[in-house]
Ligand binder design. Structure first.
Ligand code: SAM
Length: 252
């Protein structure tokens, strides 16, 4: 468990930073990150409905929170927290003496998340880049990322950074979607590919490679990185094999 006074200092610094105006991008044409931020801001409410009501998604979120082996008083960071669907599961597990930090770079989803956690005094939201989060090394006991790995150009590097952030004994959990390898349900992969194409932020839709191929490749890369850093403690598939959960404890 992280030292409480150091966590308090770091979280209050994060809160102060959030009240400052965010720097505006000077880029001529929008970067993929800017496109994603506009996309998730515009569709935040619709995304929230899916995030709460997709089949079995509540079960997957609860399982992911359990896989982090949180204890009362722990500090947990969710990277790419979106509309905050996981935050209540985390807040309940760490209790009032614990700390939950939700990090996301899209304003619209953070607005929805803020409404969701307004009654939780142990949750702080931060607008920040999950690939270089403004988080003190070894302050978090655990990091969770659900349905986010597919959005990083180099997911293995990002997962390695998170492993370094929690340090030895810290826990990581990833949940991601990819084509199913379950022979019973493989016939549904074309439907999954169509859904990914329709729901991917516009920048990724125009990529010559199929968005699903990119998603699959990034999932494999992120989950392999977790396995290389951690003693794996939990591995499961859900939703006909389309959702993969992997968690572990970072080794020395
Ligand atoms: C598919 S949503 C998942 C949201 C949430 N984890 C959930 O399970 O519902 C992906 C989220 O990741 C965020 N995101 C993507 N790349 C990010 C980055 N580099 N830094 C911070 N947030 C990021 C997006 O803004 C979006 O809210």
């Amino acid at each position: 468990m992280a030292v409480p006074s150091s966590v308090e200092q770091w979280v209050s610094k994060l809160r102060r930073q959030q009240s400052q105006p965010q720097p505006q991008s000077q880029a001529q044409s929008p970067s993929p990150a800017t496109i994603s931020q506009s996309f998730y801001t515009r569709w935040a409410r619709l995304y929230d409905t899916i995030a709460l009501r997709a089949p079995s998604v509540g079960l997957v979120r609860s399982e992911a929170a359990d896989a982090l082996r949180l204890e009362p008083g722990d500090t947990v960071v969710e990277m790419g927290c979106g509309t905050g669907a996981n935050l209540p599961y985390l807040a309940e597990r760490v209790g009032n003496e614990g700390t939950v930090v939700g990090v996301d770079f899209s304003l619209g989803v953070l607005d929805v998340a803020r409404e969701r956690v307004r009654d939780y005094s142990n949750v702080t939201l931060a607008r920040a880049d999950a690939t270089r989060p403004p988080i003190q090394k070894h302050a978090p006991d655990a990091v969770l990322a659900t349905f986010v790995s597919g959005m990083f150009d180099d997911p293995a590097a990002v997962v390695s950074l998170w492993a370094d952030l929690v340090g030895p004994g810290g826990r990581l959990c990833l949940v991601d979607l990819a084509e199913t390898t379950d022979s019973t349900w493989r016939t549904l992969n074309p439907v999954f590919r169509a859904l990914v194409r329709v729901t991917a932020p516009p920048g990724t839709r125009t990529m010559r490679e199929s968005p699903t191929a990119v998603l699959d490749e990034r999932l494999v890369s992120a989950h392999r990185a977790l396995e290389s850093w951690c003693r794996v403690t939990h591995r499961a598939t859900h939703v006909l094999g389309f959702a993969r959960v992997r968690a572990g404890v970072v080794e020395q």
